[in-house]
Design a protein around this ligand. Structure first.
Ligand code: SF4
Length: 482
């Protein structure tokens, strides 16, 4: 997204002094956040905003449950939507500190992202959800390499450095991972994002409440407290079909849940919708009992849907008065079906969902990762020996060795010793600080059949015992990718 030259010079950062979204998060007020996807860029903003006015009014006027909007950032292909800052400014003439703006690093350099953040701050927005951006459907790894993906960690660092008192930054996390090779890198990346300045986190959407609690316990285990928001999806038959066909990156369901959804799809539309409202109610109430500070709802796009949504969620929050009552209803609703996508079913902790609170004695499940093969060990040992100082010398030095050992792609800043000697340029998005949320359930990259580089890194860390480098080292962006 190109901003007019000189926009930074025009910034005056006038705007609301407070931040009501942040205050609610920090004061434990449970919020309902409705996703708004800006329309395509070709539609005049005034017309587009007029269409969403009613939703904005419903969300702002509702008293039973505090509600807000989150403006998604889909300016890149295939959506090519309007700039969320401009769209949100057109739609929300006041109260901008109540809402959340998504800022994605996809197809934007870090400096373009910073201009967008400046624009948001200047317009009076105060809450930013920093994301790296999902892949473009049908992209091959080669095509993806030609795109820019600014990592969310770098966006968070920029916010902390350049807008410390103005912008409240949050990040995304995908807790719906089911093998140790994907679970641990997600949590390690979340820890890094929090150190980089994320003050709250929003999950990917999913239905496995054990995983929502695994996330809270993982933070408790590290003695980290930030507000968490559980993202939930209001399903339509088309969306349910897409999910059952495994076409939504980063969204995983179990065979049992697939059977349930497919059965619901055979019902009348009215019955299907009734089942979805009930599902949302149960998950929303559960999220609150598990300590979440709110829910972010995807898929409620029409004013009448948003109205029903707010009423149903408010009802659900009143309906269940204790965790015990809620867990009985949850188990009853799902008839104890298995939520893990068999054969992948790793949960970090034992006794999840046996109580709402963090246990005094945390019990872990064994984390069995695929060990390094003999060849992998050999290459790692040799890389360590030959390239142990590769980040301290010119990147062009030892190029041939790097090509042979780690499929080096000739970038300008070698980071190998910081990444377990797995070249970050082999990630199609060029991520160096941790995985995206779309790694396949078995640990393969969302865009290829190769193992996600972060699954490999964590197996190497398990071999060396050095998890700290992966979790604590911030790896700066490279100037140019190859
Ligand atoms: S290598 Fe991992 S982090 Fe990179 S795009 Fe593939 S799945 Fe995502």
């Amino acid at each position: 997204m190109n901003y007019p030259p000189g926009i930074q010079l025009e910034m005056n950062f006038d705007g609301p002094k407070g931040n009501r979204f942040k205050e609610k998060l920090n004061n434990g007020v449970f919020q309902l956040i409705v996703e708004v996807a800006p329309p395509t860029a070709s539609i005049p903003l005034v017309d587009a905003a007029a269409r969403f006015k009613e939703i904005e009014y419903i969300v702002s006027a509702k008293q039973e449950i505090p509600a807000a909007l989150v403006f998604l950032d889909k300016t890149s292909p295939p959506d090519n939507a309007a700039d969320p800052v401009r769209f949100a400014s057109e739609l929300c003439q006041t109260d901008r500190d109540r809402h959340l703006l998504c800022v994605s690093g996809k197809n934007r350099t870090l400096s373009e992202t910073e201009k967008m953040l400046g624009h948001a701050a200047n317009e009076g927005f105060r809450n930013i959800l920093a994301v790296s951006g999902g892949s473009v459907p049908e992209d091959t790894p080669k095509k993806a390499r030609s795109r820019i993906y600014t990592e969310s960690i770098h966006i968070l660092q920029s916010i902390k450095e350049k807008f410390p008192d103005l912008l409240n930054a949050g990040c995304a996390v995908n807790p719906y991972c089911y093998i140790p090779e994907t679970v641990f890198p997600q949590y390690a990346k979340l820890a890094k994002k929090i150190s980089a300045g994320a003050a709250f986190a929003v999950t990917q959407y999913g239905w496995d409440m054990h995983k929502l609690q695994e996330l809270t316990w993982s933070l408790n285990e590290r003695e980290v407290t930030i507000p968490l928001i559980a993202r939930l999806q209001l399903l339509t038959p088309d969306k349910a079909e897409e999910i059952c066909a495994d076409k939504v990156p980063g969204v995983r369901i179990s065979p049992d849940l697939e059977v349930m959804l497919r059965r619901e799809m055979t019902h009348s539309l009215a019955q299907f919708e009734a089942a979805q409202w009930r599902r949302l109610q149960i998950h929303a109430a559960g999220a609150r009992f598990l300590g979440y500070s709110g829910i972010q709802i995807s898929g409620a796009e029409r004013p009448e849907q948003v109205n029903i949504l707010l009423n149903r969620i408010a009802e659900a929050l009143k309906e269940f008065t204790s965790f015990e009552e809620w867990i009985a209803a949850y188990n009853d609703y799902y008839a104890r079906l298995d939520m893990a996508p068999y054969p992948y079913r790793f949960y970090k902790f034992k006794n999840l969902l046996t109580s709402a609170s963090f246990p005094e004695q945390l019990e872990f499940n064994p984390a069995e990762m695929t060990e390094l093969s003999k060849t992998e060990k050999f290459k790692f040992n040799l890389s360590q020996y030959l390239l142990g100082k590769a980040h301290q010398i010119q990147a062009a030095e030892k190029r041939l060795t790097k090509k042979i050992l780690v499929s080096c792609r000739s970038c300008q800043e070698c980071r190998l010793p910081l990444t377990g000697f797995v070249c970050p340029e082999n990630c199609p998005k060029g991520f160096a600080n941790g995985p995206c949320g779309s790694t396949k359930v078995d640990g393969r990259c969302e865009m290829s059949n190769d193992e996600c580089i972060f699954s490999k890194q964590i197996r190497i860390a398990a071999h060396t015992g050095d998890y700290a480098t992966l979790e604590e080292t911030f790896i700066p962006p490279v100037a140019e990718r190859k």
